[in-house]
Design a protein around this ligand. Structure first.
Ligand SMILES: [Zn+2]
Length: 417
C-alpha cells in the first residue's frame, strides 16, 4: 500500500470506533477503542490503515511523510456540533453585569443580549467583508484547538435580508478555509424588536424565509430557540414542520433556562438533536432514549453565565440518551472556541469520565450532524481528520485545562497545523 502520511508510535491511538450506524449510549460511551503504540496511514483524504505500529508498517510499501507520535495521544478531530460563529461585536459589559448578579434573561428583556448583537450584525452585513474576515479568524483559531468540523447557525439577522446575508457568508466560508462547515438556519432565535407586538407576523416571515432557504440550498438544518421569552413549543412546531416539509433536518434549543416541553416536541418531530437540556423532565429523557435523539450538552454556557445548573449528564446517560458536547460559541453565553475547555468542564461539572467526554466530542458529535458514517472516529474509510495531543494518555486531556494540548492537526489528510 502507498501512503501519503503515516502517523506512528502513538502512546495511545484513540480510535473512538464502535458506533455502528448510531451514536454511542450507556456503557458504550466508555469505550474509546484505544490502540497502544498505534499507527495510522492516510491516502488522499482518507484513512487507509489503522492498528499497532508494526501491523500498519507491514502493510505499507511506500510513504511520503512520516509523523512520529511517541509519548503523544492521537484522536479524531473534534466536531463542534453547535455554534453561532458569525456575529459582530462582543458583550463583555454584560459579562460584568452577570458578575454583579443580573441574569441572562433579564439582560435580554432589557433589549440587551441577542438584540445588541443583532443590531450590530445587521449594520455590518451591509459590507460583509469584515464579518467574513472575523469568522475566518475564528475558524483558524478553532482548528489550532483541534476542531476539524463545525456547525454554524444564523440567528443574528432576524430579517429576511440579513438572515440570507448570514447564510451566504456561511456558504462562502465553506469554500474559503479548511474546517468543514454544516449550515443551520436559526431565523427563530428571538423575536426581533420590530415584531415585539406582532409575533404571528414574524412567524409568517420565518415561514417565507424557509421557502427561500429550500430553493437556495443554503442550510442543512432548521433550528428554533424554545424558551420562555423566545419561542413556545407550539410556535416552534409550526416552523419546524414547515422546515421538514421543505426537506430540512431539524434541531432544537431547549431547556437552557426552563423546561417548557422542548424535549417532548423535539422527539415528536424527529429532530436530530436537542441542545442544552440543563432543564429536562424524566419523561423527556425516556422519549429521547427511545428515539435515539441526541442530547447536545453545552457546559460552557452555565459556566460563563455563572449559573450553577448543568445538564444532568449522568441521568441522561443512564436513561440511554446518546449525548454529544459542543461549545455553543457565541458572544453572549459562551465565548470560547475550545472543545478541550468544554471537555474539561464536562468532566468537572457534569461528572463525565474522560472517555465519555471524548466520545461525546467526536463520534457522537458527528452523529449530531448526521455524519457519523464519515467523521468522528479513526477507522479505515473515514475522512483523515486527526489531531495529535502533547499528552501520553487520554485521561490527561480534561486534566490539564485552559491550555492548548494540540501539537498537530491533520485535515482531509493534509498536515495544516
Ligand atoms: Zn445556541
Amino acid at each position: 500500500m502507498i501512503a501519503d502520511v503515516l502517523i506512528r508510535n502513538a502512546a495511545e491511538l484513540v480510535t473512538a470506533r464502535g458506533a455502528k450506524d448510531s451514536p454511542k449510549t450507556k456503557e458504550g460511551m466508555q469505550e474509546l477503542g484505544i490502540i497502544k503504540n498505534g499507527a495510522l496511514a492516510i491516502h488522499g483524504k482518507e484513512i487507509v490503515a489503522v492498528g499497532e505500529t508494526d501491523e500498519v508498517l507491514a502493510t505499507i510499501r511506500r510513504v511520503r511523510t512520516v509523523v512520529d507520535a511517541t509519548d503523544r495521544t492521537v484522536l479524531p478531530g473534534f466536531v463542534d456540533c453547535h455554534t453561532h460563529l458569525i456575529f459582530s461585536g462582543s458583550r463583555e459589559d454584560e459579562f460584568i453585569q452577570k458578575i454583579e448578579g443580573r441574569s441572562y434573561l433579564e439582560i435580554m428583556q432589557r433589549k440587551g443580549g441577542i438584540f445588541r448583537t443583532v443590531e450590530k450584525t445587521r449594520e455590518d452585513l451591509a459590507s460583509p467583508q469584515a464579518l467574513m474576515d472575523r469568522a475566518e479568524a475564528f475558524l483558524d483559531k478553532m482548528l489550532t484547538f483541534g476542531t476539524t468540523t463545525t456547525e454554524i447557525k444564523t440567528g443574528y439577522g432576524l430579517s429576511t435580508e440579513s438572515e440570507f446575508g448570514l447564510l451566504r457568508l456561511i456558504a462562502r466560508l465553506k469554500e474559503s478555509q479548511p474546517v468543514d462547515i454544516v449550515s443551520t438556519f436559526l431565523g427563530a432565535h428571538a423575536y426581533p424588536k420590530e415584531y415585539e407586538n406582532s409575533k404571528a407576523d414574524y412567524i409568517q416571515l420565518v415561514l417565507g424565509m424557509l421557502e427561500r432557504v429550500k430553493t437556495g440550498g443554503l442550510a442543512e438544518y432548521c433550528d428554533v430557540f424554545v424558551e420562555t421569552g423566545a419561542f413556545s413549543p407550539s410556535e416552534a412546531r409550526t416552523i419546524l414542520k414547515r422546515a421538514k416539509k421543505h426537506g430540512l433536518k431539524l434541531k432544537l434549543h431547549a431547556g437552557e433556562f426552563n423546561d417548557i416541553g422542548g424535549a417532548e416536541l423535539g422527539v415528536e418531530l424527529g429532530v436530530t438533536s436537542i441542545d442544552h437540556l440543563d432543564y429536562i423532565s424524566e419523561r423527556g429523557m425516556e422519549l429521547m432514549a427511545e428515539k435515539n435523539t441526541i442530547g447536545v450538552l453545552l457546559p460552557g454556557v452555565p459556566f460563563h453565565l455563572m449559573i450553577n445548573r448543568y445538564a444532568p449528564a449522568r441521568k441522561l446517560i443512564e436513561a440511554g440518551v446518546p449525548i454529544a458536547l459542543a461549545t455553543d460559541f457565541n458572544p453572549g453565553s459562551c465565548p470560547t472556541l475550545s472543545m478541550q475547555m468544554i471537555i474539561a468542564l464536562a468532566c468537572r461539572q457534569m461528572k463525565l469520565t474522560p472517555a465519555e467526554a471524548i466520545n461525546a466530542a467526536t463520534i457522537n458529535a458527528a452523529y449530531a450532524l448526521d455524519r457519523g458514517d464519515r467523521i468522528g472516529s479513526i477507522e479505515v474509510g473515514k475522512r483523515a481528520d486527526i489531531i495529535i495531543l502533547n499528552i501520553p494518555r487520554h485521561q490527561q486531556l480534561p486534566y490539564w485545562f485552559g491550555i492548548n494540548l494540540v501539537a498537530r492537526v491533520i485535515k482531509n489528510g493534509a498536515i495544516i497545523y
